[in-house]
Write a protein that binds this ligand. Structure first.
Ligand SMILES: Cc1ncc(COP(=O)(O)O)c(C=O)c1O
Length: 405
């Protein structure tokens, strides 16, 4: 049988293949500490679960309009207007079964095959995969690893824009580095987008998980609302990964296209989960805030502990729940070629699951700096035990290979 080339261009997400391997190892009796998956270990707040159950009992179990339940679109419009400082109407909101579907819809609707899409690398893997599926080109924009943390290389970004460019993807707070873009960097990107008439896909799924500094959406900058596709969702801020609930905020013309996309893709997002979404946005927020404060505590703990591991150098992430330590020196000291080998050795020999930079579309090779992603959406006990295992692993590898710090 023949398969469409476009389907073969989609890439599997490494987090899910590591997840599968970890599940098999756990099932066969291994004790694994999981730092590999970007999923809060908290449960969905009770008021949200109750709202979903009440919606089912009230028989809100039929199709909704493809763009979503009107009351939910209104609640999202209010929430985005309030948190981003822009004026959004319900007609600009399109609900999707997860932020990922909103991303898919945005790239399918706004990028022609053959066009260029610029995006930060390391990158959430769905962006390059979807861009490549539609026959467009994902053009990586690297970060600079400075003493103050990771900074998107804006000169490089500017130099990569050509008449063939149609979209810039932003994702701040960033997965996997945890960095935020300062306002002046956003302003420069906005200038470039306006000058070259580009779409900006701004994935703001971690906007509620900011620990230092303020979150600014590029959509709030002058003349940017019209060309920004803002996507966000409930998975991370409300621990609702399995609910599949996200949305896009776009100009009204594009919203009509997105509506047709959703009608064709899945008719609508599950109706009762949308009512749960209304409760999430309009009900008490203390559970979400409690989770954020726990992530903040874990961030401080994980960065302190990672910086105690021989050969690891880790910046303090400003948001999301990922640390992205530089492990170039650790690979050298442990006699490993790269972060891929470190990822495998940590899982097989130390019982710690992490993701190497290559899972985020970063070029990986002995010449480049090496990084791994540690998700600290894990409890403090796991963080202490997991980082102790990494430290012990490094100490024993250094002893074995006779290499010195
Ligand atoms: C940057 C980024 N965008 C989108 C998503 C997917 O979110 P959702 O669960 O709402 O589809 C993730 C999940 O890990 C993510 O890290």
């Amino acid at each position: 049988m023949d398969y469409a080339k476009r389907a073969q261009r989609l890439e599997p997400e490494r987090a899910f293949s590591v997840l599968k391997k970890v599940s098999e190892m756990v099932a066969s009796g291994h004790d694994i500490i999981g730092f590999h998956i970007g999923e809060p270990d908290f449960t969905t707040p009770e008021n949200i679960k109750t709202a979903a159950c009440s919606s089912i009992h009230a028989n809100r179990t039929h199709y909704s309009p493809p763009s979503g339940v009107p009351a939910f679109r209104s609640a999202i419009a209010d929430y985005i207007s309030r948190t981003r400082g822009i004026s959004v109407s319900p007609e600009q909101v399109v609900v999707a079964a997860g932020t990922k579907l909103a991303i898919f819809c945005a790239i399918m609707s706004c990028v022609e095959s053959g066009a260029d899409v610029l995006g930060p690398v390391p990158s959430y893997p769905a962006y390059p995969s979807i861009v490549s599926m539609i026959g467009a080109n994902f053009i990586p924009v690297p970060f600079i690893d400075t003493d103050q943390g990771f900074r998107l290389d804006l000169d490089r970004l500017a130099s990569l824009v050509t008449p063939n460019t149609s979209m810039i993807i932003l994702n701040f707070p960033h997965n996997p580095t945890g960095t935020l873009l300062p306002r002046e960097d956003l302003a420069r990107i906005a200038e470039i987008a306006i000058e070259h008439d580009l779409w900006v896909l701004s994935d703001e799924i971690y906007s509620r998980l900011v620990y230092d500094g303020d979150f600014v959406s590029i959509s709030s900058l002058p003349d940017m609302a019209e060309r920004t596709i803002l996507v966000d969702g409930f998975s991370k801020a409300y621990a609702m990964t399995g609910w599949r609930l996200g949305f896009a905020v776009v100009n009204t013309e594009l919203a009509a296209l997105f509506d047709t996309f959703m009608a064709n893709a899945h008719s609508c997002t599950a109706t009762f989960t949308q009512y749960a979404g209304i409760e999430a946005l309009t009900g008490p927020q203390h559970e979400a805030e409690k989770m954020r404060l726990k992530f903040l505590k874990r961030r401080d703990l994980v960065v302190t502990e990672l910086n105690r591991v021989p050969g690891f150098r880790c910046h303090m992430p400003l948001g999301a729940f990922y640390a992205f330590p530089n492990v170039t020196e650790a690979c050298r000291m442990a006699g490993l070629a790269d972060a891929d080998q470190l990822q495998d050795a940590l899982l097989d020999d130390a019982g710690v699951a992490v993701l190497s930079m290559s899972a985020f579309h970063s070029p990986n090779g002995p010449k480049d700096d090496q990084y791994i992603r540690i998700s600290y959406a894990a409890g403090e006990r796991e963080i202490l035990e997991g980082t102790r295992r990494i430290r012990d692993f490094m100490t024993s590898r250094i002893g074995r290979s006779g290499r010195h710090i």
